[in-house]
Design a protein around this ligand. Structure first.
Ligand code: BGC
Length: 503
């Protein structure tokens, strides 16, 4: 099988290339923060929870594949970090393709119906459980322009939604819910409460907020970054406002007054968008399969780093590579292959994770593949040990490359931020910098989390990125999007009354 290893060689990223990638990405990020208007976006979040906030909040998480709605109760016991949040009446719906293609108003009317269903479930158990108005936190897994924590304007996005850019997300959500209450709210007893939008944020910022709340304050350990590798990927980190392009910081209203002269904010990096592609090309990491995937997808050139790393694309990348091998190396006629292999986007990353990556040997895989990916009845081609090995090895190589690239990007991002912004610790002390992470690849893909952490350890050792850093440590923040929506609403809600929105 030496031939297959050589064939897959373009996907192998050597250690020295990975180190160089982290260094080059660090410079690129600094530059994008200063110059780009669609990446390194200032979010109006300059305060993170301390774990003592209390209250009941409705949380809504609009993801790329699912909508989730739940009540989040912040119990405020900072000593019992495992039990300081309770979730109730949680429901999840998959966002059907037709809803993604619908007009924004139709999509948000459906969202309004889903919100009302969760509120009704709560009121049917206790009609006095909620007042006339409920504070809500919302996370969106899209890039947004935000000038204050309660409003957001959609920016160009991937993930297959047709909502046009510049849509006002807060208005759409309230209008969608108002439509539901007008349609059947008069019959409700008690009437459905009003929604008070208290915090809107990107899902990665929410993930950071969620772990900040539940991890509490530990000596020499700080949660400094949010990271998602799921359907899409993205990261968030605090940066000083003066390191961002003027247009991104002017007119921004922060929820809390700044405690230092060097005001900082949580930055939504949108690190997959095209500005980050330079180092990937310069270091020869982009393969002909990446180029083919990019050219055929719905937004060519828009999110090149996402196309190489995230769950929405890894299945398709594996499909392109194995078909290239079977057709161009083994000389199989395309029509003799299982029809699914000839169909764009027919292999999902979830299937690779649950079936291919979890089945220990190609032999065991053969019988599953015969069921899941049947060749045409007329074909003499079949799943043999060798063919199953091609699929398994390709899957391993593609996911390994994704975890390594995410590790280099993580270390690069840490490296581009001044240490005092991350921690404020005196230089002689060392600490663990914690990355709050969530998403299907981190939480479910076999070995992804471990490999990514190992690579980060190697890179931090190799590059000596910062004096005083003991470790850059990944920590799971399951359901960071929905929990963080509630946590961030609670953080803003619990700010002292005399703290006005700051410009
Ligand atoms: C989006 C980000 C989002 C990430 C993770 C990307 O496709 O551009 O805004 O945070 O996916 O959901």
């Amino acid at each position: 099988m030496g031939g297959l290893e050589n064939f897959l060689d373009p996907l192998a990223v050597q250690d020295d290339t990975l180190c160089q990638l982290a260094v080059d990405l660090s410079k690129t990020y600094r530059n994008l923060a200063l110059t780009s208007t669609d990446q390194f976006l200032a979010t109006p979040v300059n305060v993170l929870p301390h774990g003592r906030e209390r209250g009941k909040f409705l949380a809504i998480d609009v993801g790329g594949s699912n909508l989730r709605v739940a009540f989040i109760d912040l119990l405020g016991d900072s000593r019992d970090h495992l039990h300081n949040i309770s979730r109730s009446y949680e429901k999840s719906w998959s966002i059907e393709e037709h809803l993604k293609f619908d007009q924004a108003h139709d999509l948000f009317r459906w969202i309004g119906d889903c919100i009302a269903a969760v509120i009704r479930a709560c009121l049917s158990d206790d009609k006095d459980a909620l007042g006339s108005e409920i504070p809500i936190g919302i996370t969106f897994s899209f890039p947004m322009l935000q000038r204050s924590i309660t409003e957001a304007t959609l920016m160009p996005m991937g993930k297959g939604f047709a909502i046009s850019k510049d849509a006002n997300l807060a208005e759409l959500l309230l209008a969608g819910y108002a439509h539901t209450t007008a349609a059947n709210g008069h019959d409700s007893n008690p009437p459905l409460p009003k929604l008070k939008i208290t915090a809107i944020t990107n899902d990665t910022v929410a993930t950071l907020a969620s772990l900040s709340y539940s991890a509490g304050i530990k000596p020499n350990t700080r949660v400094v970054m949010g990271l998602i590798v799921g359907t899409g990927t993205n990261a968030t980190i605090p940066m000083e406002l003066r390191h961002l392009h003027e247009s991104k910081r002017s007119g921004i209203k922060m929820p809390a007054p700044s405690e230092s002269d060097e005001a900082s904010t949580i930055v939504n990096t949108e690190w997959t968008i095209k500005g980050t592609a330079g180092p990937l090309h310069d270091l020869g990491i982009v393969t002909r399969w990446d180029v083919a995937l990019d050219a055929a997808c719905e937004a060519p050139g828009f999110q090149p780093f996402e196309y190489m790393t995230s769950g929405r694309y890894l299945g398709e990348l594996v499909r392109l590579i194995v078909v290239d091998w079977f057709v161009n190396v083994e000389r199989t006629k395309p029509d003799d292959l299982p029809p699914a292999l000839n169909q764009r986007n027919s292999i999902s990353t979830v299937w690779l994770s649950r079936v291919v990556a979890k089945t220990p040997s190609p032999d065991k895989l053969v019988s599953v593949l015969q069921q899941d990916l049947q060749p045409p009845a007329t074909s003499s081609w079949s799943w043999t040990h060798e063919h199953a090995y091609v699929l398994k090895k390709t899957t391993e190589t593609v996911s390994l490359r994704s975890s390594k690239l995410i590790a280099a990007a993580t270390v690069g991002l840490m490296g581009c931020v001044a240490r005092k912004t991350l921690s404020g610790l005196p230089p002689e002390e060392t600490e663990d910098l914690v990355v709050a992470c969530t998403g299907g690849l981190f939480l479910q893909y076999p070995g992804f989390f471990r490999t990514c952490q190992d690579c980060i350890d190697d890179l931090v050792g190799e590059l000596n990125i910062k004096q005083g850093v003991r470790r850059v440590k990944l920590q799971e923040a399951p359901d960071g999007g929905i929990i963080g929506a509630g946590v961030l609403a609670g953080t803003v809600w619990n700010l002292p009354n005399d703290v006005a929105m700051q410009s």
